[in-house]
Design a protein. Sequence first.
Length: 105
Amino acid sequence: MGRLIVTDRDAGSQEIDAIEGESLMVVIRDAGLGIAAICGGQCACGTCHCLIHPAWFGKLPAAKEDEIALVESLEYFEAGRSRLTCQIIFNNRLDGLALSIAPEE
Ligand code: FES
């Protein structure tokens, strides 16, 4: 068990519990913080887009080509911050990871 620090679209910051082996998308969605994740984690919709705190971005596993292609096509893409949370699996090295939910596409 660890935690994520999530800033929602109303700029409120919350700490939520995260279980090792779950995707960040599942953790955030199940906490009711407003990501749609309409493709269910298939790297096909972009509605799980989050902006990673810069201090954490380089600590994440590298994005695969399909994630890069999709995330770079999103309106609110930010280089050095944007990731699709369905493509990141939580582990205890990510305890305390801070991110913001991206604006709705
Ligand atoms: S849930 Fe659709 S791309 Fe992540």
